[in-house]
Design a protein around this ligand. Structure first.
Ligand code: ADP
Ligand code: MG
Length: 725
């Protein structure tokens, strides 16, 4: 938490909670002609701030009707926060003044710091360290500050929606502009806010600091986060674990997913698993809900806060305005929203309430005609079904046309009363994203339900709520996940032997087999005669491969011969793979030639472990063997993983049906496959810091079991081992 780094002073330990709740605010650079400083005053008034506000400018000229002073120190009263509207060049002087005045929080608007190149970066570092010495916690620079709606305070340098209202959703955004847009949208959608914090260049306070604070904040039930990068991954994950314990959702829009910094890696896994796949895995494994748009971010956070974890993942949809039921059904199907059928006797009970309505299905169309006590009765029946965790009522909501308002308000109050009398959380799902007029908004709020703006956003948010709730109940979410011990002895100390840290397939096998990874049988032949002898004992066609730490991709250079049958052919293949190695690179070290029985049929998978500089070791599982790169159908998780995670990864693959057997092939032995993958994962985790990457490609699976047909390990040079996970 920022608190660790933020200084303590005479007034006791400084916490982010205190920084975010100033009782008095000095606006440095305030002048009457400035709409920016006016905006700060206006924002404070919008949230009902009742503390002192001072205008500070060089001449001490009054501004916006506030008492003015020529410096913070000249105010002569203790102040909590200063908003610095001065240019970057003036910031360091103002910071000294701020500290002299005993102010502990400074919100810095100006740009021209780290975002402006190396010089700016150096200036920002100096700023941060000086702030630290002075005991001032800076927000930004290059940020819009924070708005604490719940505590009716802030230091916010942007617009505030006219109808901002307190509520359980917190917003944290690296970008000030995005934070501002999100706050505006929350107002537009009627979403109540606890606070909005922007962190800008994060000279000191980061989004992760703010996240840690918000997770514990009593006024916050869900957190909407926008970030381009996640700072301090380990602390981020710990905050996510704490949020899970408290049943609070973290919803994130993480930008930069297209900038796939595919790594320059020896193994294919490295290039398959871009940075974003690893981030995605980290978020998924920690129960953080990822969205792709700002609208989804606000609506999803709203839904999560309103409902909290559902008792069951199923959602019942009751439609009043008909028409759109099929759209809901289609969207639900597309987005994986769980809409369980009503079942019996619930169906029978509903039919009894709604005579003449033959099709009792979910979504249920009861039409406006059944809005008497039928509606409440249907809701009560739904409420008794264990399959459901929430109810969404599909209805028109009053928008531009005020002439419709009175009728719709009546309808909304019926819906509100109905939803209010059941235990399940309820939502109003409007058909479109149409702007609500003020009366409409009041009516929806009066009904005491969250109105979800339109079917696309609404169904998507409900689907995420449902999935998150299911995840919270799953094994994957268990806080006490056992982490396999590192360096399980048998792996010993294997130094890198290839120029880029690679070891031969044979050496990789020697490491992985004792760690529980099943391999196709093999022998290492050092002469054509040995090769032929071993092939003869196998009495079947064999695979003949060059074994060299300098040839990580053997078939690329013709160093693999498949389906070799008969003594002469084996002898010939022995010579051929050796000379392929020599042609590839003179002086390639050769450990021998590997002879294995030819396997056929089954499914080839790629299982790879790669190191992400930020998040540590990640495992990828994909279908396709040698085609994996083209098909790119992979599932990714951070290590360590449980068998349960591995099962989930297999299910997640687009081509997962292949594992269940297609074209008359029997289903693969899932248990054996999961066991083999777990062996690879544990071995990689056991190698730990010394591992750069590890790949088993292919891992072949059929109904009898799973075996590795190839393996490649890349070790890190000693100087690369930084102790990172
Ligand atoms: N014992 C075997 N039985 C059947 N096919 C094999 C066997 N060993 C290798 N192969 C096939 O040959 C391909 C290339 O062999 P592999 O050892 O993976 O070499 P590379 O170093 O090029 O990845 C594998 O992807 C697999 O399809
Ligand atoms: Mg291979």
């Amino acid at each position: 938490m920022a608190d660790d780094r933020a200084p303590s002073g005479p007034s006791g330990p400084w916490t982010l909670a205190r920084a975010l709740a100033p009782a008095s605010v000095a606006i440095v650079g305030a002048k009457d002609s400035s709409s920016t400083s006016y905006g700060v005053v206006e924002a404070l008034s919008r949230v009902g701030f009742e503390g002192q506000i001072f205008a500070v400018n060089r001449s001490g000229a009054p501004a916006h009707g506030l008492t003015a002073a020529s410096s913070c120190a000249a105010i002569g009263e203790p102040m909590d926060a200063a908003v610095l509207l001065v240019p970057a060049a003036a910031v360091s002087d103002v910071l000294e003044d701020v500290a002299e005045a005993g102010i502990r929080t400074a919100v810095i608007l100006s740009g021209g710091w780290a975002e402006a190149g190396p010089e700016g970066m150096a200036r920002q570092r100096t700023l941060a360290s000086r702030a630290g010495e002075l005991g001032v916690t800076p927000f930004g620079p290059n940020c819009l500050g924070f708005l604490n709606v719940a505590e009716r305070t802030g230091a916010w340098i942007a617009s505030v929606p006219a109808d901002v209202r307190p509520g359980p959703v917190a917003i944290v955004s690296q970008s000030g502009g995005v934070g501002n847009a999100l706050a505006d949208l929350a107002g537009e959608f009627g979403v109540g806010l606890s606070c909005v914090v922007t962190t800008g260049n994060e000279a000191m306070v980061t989004t992760t600091d703010v996240l840690e604070y918000l997770v514990e904040d009593q006024c916050t039930s869900s957190i909407a986060m926008f970030a381009e990068a996640i700072s301090s991954p380990a602390r981020f994950l710990a905050a996510a674990a704490r949020a899970r314990e408290l049943g609070k959702a973290i919803v994130i829009l993480k930008a930069g997913s297209s900038a796939l910094a595919a790594r320059n890696a020896v193994t294919h896994t490295g290039s398959l698993v871009g940075d974003d796949r690893v981030v995605d895995a980290a978020l998924r494994q920690s129960g953080v809900v990822r969205v792709r748009s700002l609208e989804e971010l606000i609506v999803t956070a709203d839904v999560m806060a309103a409902a909290g974890p559902l008792r069951a993942p199923g959602i019942a949809v009751v439609s009043i305005s008909g028409g759109s039921v099929d759209i809901v059904a289609d969207e639900a199907d597309r987005l994986g929203l769980d809409l369980p059928p009503f079942g019996e006797p619930a169906g029978e009970e509903i039919r009894a309430v709604l005579p003449g309505f033959a099709t009792v299905q979910n979504p249920l169309d009861i039409t406006g005609a059944a809005l008497g006590d039928e509606f409440a009765k249907v809701l009560a029946i739904v409420d008794r079904q264990d399959d459901f965790g929430a109810v969404a009522v599909l209805s028109n909501v009053p928008s531009y046309d005020s002439s419709k308002v009175p009728g719709i308000c009546g309808l909304l109050s019926t819906i509100g009363t109905g939803l209010g009398s059941i235990t399940l959380p309820g939502f109003l799902l409007s058909q479109t994203i149409a702007h609500l007029n003020e009366t409409g908004r009041d009516a929806v709020r009066g009904a005491g339900v969250s109105a979800l703006p339109g079917l696309s956003l609404g169904v998507a948010a409900l689907a995420r709520l449902s999935r998150w709730s299911r995840w919270l109940q799953s094994d994957a979410a268990r806080a006490d996940r056992p982490a396999p011990a590192r360096n399980p002895g048998q792996l010993g100390d294997f130094p890198a032997s290839g120029p880029s840290g690679t070891v031969s397939e044979w050496r990789a096998r020697e490491l992985l087999e004792p760690a529980g990874v099943p391999f196709v049988p093999a022998a290492l032949a050092r002469s054509p005669g040995e090769a032929a002898d071993f092939a003869a004992t196998l009495a079947c066609p064999v695979a003949v491969k060059l074994v060299s730490p300098d040839v990580p991709h053997k078939s690329d250079i013709g160093a693999v011969r498949l389906g070799v049958a008969g003594e002469d052919a084996v002898r010939e293949a022995f010579g051929a793979v050796l000379s392929a190695g020599r042609v590839h690179r003179a002086g390639s070290r050769v450990e021998g030639v590997q002879i294995s029985p030819m396997r056929s049929g089954g499914v080839e998978l790629l299982v790879g472990v790669t190191r992400d500089p930020q998040w540590g070791l990640a495992i990828a599982v994909g279908l396709g063997g040698i085609f994996a790169e083209v098909v790119a159908d992979i599932a990714v998780r951070l290590l360590p993983v449980t068998a349960c995670d591995i099962e989930e990864m297999l299910t997640e693959l687009r081509g997962s049906a292949v594992l269940d057997g297609i074209r008359g092939e029997p289903a693969v032995d899932r248990g054996a496959l999961v066991g083999a993958i777990a062996g690879i994962a544990d071995a990689a985790w056991g190698i730990g810091d010394a591992l750069e990457s590890l790949e088993v490609n292919p891992l072949r699976a059929d109904h009898r079991g799973a075996e590795a047909l190839d393996a490649l390990i890349v070790f890190r040079a000693a100087h690369q081992k930084d102790g990172a996970a």
